[in-house]
Design a protein around this ligand. Structure first.
Ligand SMILES: [Zn+2]
Length: 360
């Protein structure tokens, strides 16, 4: 007869093998059974559990008022070796398109055989906004409105809330939250304005602070973030995240896109996801923790006297506003020393619109 102790241990081992955890019994994604152009439509994803290789999905994040589903493209590159999961999102604002090209180009360069960990890329998160050529998510209810998704993360929980809240909630709960050890959310300035390559980061988090520098931007703003942004919502969950601003909306800016791709590759080297040592960025970033907008105080035609990244002194002329006849209305000056972080690219300015943004 075997000693009781041995039998007990054997039983325990067989029980453990016979009863895997509930999580591991579930497939790595919830397949709706739908296929669009041959692409699998899912409503839940655990990217780390996918086999090595590249996987393209559509994530069903809701329905239009026509009854048609809204499909968000998701690309997973699962590496041959274990490592961190990097979440990359673009076009949370539907007219901020440089990030789509950044992700497409980065994905081309990733080789699952040399990748450690997982990249989850969402090249076009705000599909209704992209369709509508708009920064915001169009909502029909209540006579129609436009919702800024990047002020409303993490969306609503379960089957409640507005259509945009449910859209964000579906993405947050089914895709975003469980597929990020760290994250970069890619934006641009809004229409009629431009940024250089610029990062918003909360330096209170050492991983976010390091990421801001590793991405190699021209400028960085260190702040605690804004309520409802994807970056801040991830940080609240303990997931380090930064917002990467790549130039101007509604265009592809090749040089800035190339620099952003380099920055993301450098970030992946820093986190040992791809081979090679982290490199010193070619530009030294200007870091500030405040900025001031110089606004047009009435409508008019603006001529700027400064360009992106220029150093400015307090009292220096930054822009002149003209009336419809070309008569000068007013010349605006810098309210403090600093560097030009954003400029109006559209010379036709409404009262209250930004002319120049100065970082200090
Ligand atoms: Zn944006």
């Amino acid at each position: 007869m075997m000693p009781v102790r041995t039998i007990t241990l054997g039983l325990l081992v067989s029980l453990f093998v016979a009863a895997p955890s509930r999580a591991s019994m579930m497939p790595p994604m919830e397949d709706t059974g739908d296929r669009v152009g041959g692409v699998t439509v899912i409503t839940r994803l655990e990217a780390e559990r996918l086999p090595e290789g590249r996987h393209d999905f559509y994530f069903r994040a809701g329905w239009r008022n026509t009854g048609a589903p809204i499909h968000v493209p998701v690309v997973v590159v699962r590496g041959a070796k274990d490592g961190k999961t990097l979440l990359l999102t673009a076009a949370v604002h539907g007219d901020e398109l440089n990030g789509i090209a950044v992700l497409h180009r980065l994905l081309e360069k990733l080789d699952p055989k040399t990748l450690s960990g997982t990249v989850v890329a969402v090249p076009g998160l705000n599909q209704p906004g992209i369709n509508a050529n708009n920064r915001r998510f169009p909502v029909s209810a209540g006579g129609g409105s436009l919702v800024d998704l990047n002020r409303n993360f993490p969306g609503s929980v379960g089957e409640s809330g507005s259509t945009s809240g449910r859209y964000l909630g579906a993405l947050w709960q089914g895709l975003i939250r469980q597929n990020a050890d760290f994250a970069v959310d890619i934006h641009t300035q809004t229409r009629g304005a431009a940024y250089p390559l610029f990062v918003f980061a909360d330096f209170g988090n050492s991983t976010a602070r390091a990421a801001a520098h590793t991405l190699g931007p021209d400028m960085i703003k260190n702040d605690a973030g804004q309520q409802g942004t994807l970056e801040t919502s991830l940080m609240k969950e303990g997931i380090p995240a930064v917002t990467l601003e790549v130039g101007a909306p509604k265009q592809f800016q090749g040089e800035l896109i190339d620099r952003a791709v380099w920055g993301l590759q450098n970030l992946m080297r820093a986190h040992r996801m791809v081979p090679g040592s982290v490199e010193q960025p070619p530009v030294k970033a200007i870091v500030g923790s405040n900025y001031t907008n110089v606004y047009a105080d009435r409508g008019g035609i603006a001529v700027l006297h400064v360009g992106l990244k220029d150093a400015v002194k307090k009292g220096q002329d930054v822009a002149t506003l003209y009336d419809a006849f070309g008569h000068e209305i007013r010349t605006y000056t810098a309210p403090h020393d600093g560097w030009v972080l954003a400029v109006a690219t559209d010379p036709v300015r409404e009262a209250g619109s930004m002319l120049v943004r100065i970082l200090q």
